[in-house]
Design a protein around this ligand. Structure first.
Ligand code: GLN
Length: 313
């Protein structure tokens, strides 16, 4: 299958943009001052297919910190390096059903694994990135995510500093996991690299290309580069489906029928295997930390573009 024709995709995105343009529900993240400054009216949509076309509207080129949307891409790098089965054994792949920063999630299972799409599992994932020290791991993360985006991504220093000053809960998670043997390097180093990774600046257009790379067997549709192995993609998409929207992942799958990943800056990337990806940016969030407008737009687009995986042909 493929997306509808270029003209149809363009018209459908325009309809979605107009329909949700006035949507104002939700609250911008305020756990650090720099995120609280985000413009609640910012609104971008980008759809990218696996052939290299991108359809962008609104603030699709506005930058924001990637936050948790980095998680599937770092997991992809780790799966590629270690093998997906080894990565799954060490990180877990089951739904937690709990908020993204849950400490209880760590205590749910006897083996103390969670899921790479929530903070505990994501910090553990980052700790598995190869490298002799934090700097090497960070370079590998930045380089890997840049290859997904097809351009060199840079970090927002203010977001990084601010996150690093308000990192006690993630540090607590990392040390707890280290105590259980489930963080695989120095926990403070793991947190530092994880915090940097969350502070990378992206646009909705970047997220669409990154998602389309997962949709297209690991080939970046813009650069043609094979970023990760084809077999890695289905594993990454599976963990996105289980926990990509945290405790709302079941409702998301019920409504949208596609693997997605959200972040607290208001980005959501949604992948349609074999076809492409939808990316949205709108900062106001629901209680779970997922963009309200992003969820509404993606649900509309999944239906209008015929992307739901559970629809019989
Ligand atoms: N930097 C944020 C954190 O670790 C990312 C979380 C998110 O986007 N949900 O708390």
């Amino acid at each position: 299958g493929s997306l509808p024709s270029r003209d149809d995709v363009r018209a459908i995105i325009e309809t979605a943009y107009a329909r949700f343009r006035e949507e104002r529900s939700g609250t911008v993240a305020d756990y650090i001052p720099v995120l609280a400054e985000a413009d609640p009216a910012a609104f971008g949509i980008c759809v990218a297919n696996t052939q290299g076309d991108a359809f962008a509207l609104g603030d699709a080129d506005g930058t924001f910190s990637i936050q948790s949307v980095s998680k599937p891409f770092v997991f992809a790098l780790v799966c590629d390096a270690l093998g997906a089965e080894e990565a799954a054994r060490r990180l877990g792949v089951d739904a937690t059903g709990l908020p993204f920063n849950s400490i209880m999630a760590v205590e749910l299972r006897a083996d103390r694994t969670t899921n790479p799409m929530v903070n505990s599992g994501a910090i553990a994932t980052t700790s598995l990135v190869g490298g002799a020290n934090a700097e090497e791991r960070w370079q590998r993360v930045r380089d890997g995510l840049s290859r997904f985006a097809g351009r060199t991504l840079t970090m927002d220093e203010r977001v990084y500093r601010s996150e690093a000053d308000h990192n006690q809960r993630n540090a607590g998670l990392a040390h707890l996991l280290r105590g259980y043997g489930r963080v695989y390097c120095d926990p403070d180093e793991a947190i530092d690299v994880y915090t940097r990774q969350c502070s990378l600046l992206v646009t909705a257009r970047d997220l669409a290309v990154m998602g389309a790379t997962l949709a297209g067997g690991g080939v970046n549709p813009a650069t043609g580069e094979q970023v990760i192995a084809p077999d890695t993609c289905r594993r990454v998409l599976a963990v996105m489906a289980t926990a990509g929207l945290y405790e709302r992942s079941g409702s998301w799958l019920f409504d949208v029928g596609l693997p997605g990943k959200s972040g607290v800056s208001g980005g959501i990337v949604t992948v349609s295997p074999g076809k492409g990806a939808v990316a949205t940016w709108s900062p106001p969030l629901d209680a779970a930390g997922n963009s309200v407008r992003g969820q509404l737009v993606t649900r509309f687009l999944s239906e209008a573009l015929g992307l739901n995986l559970f629809v019989s042909a």
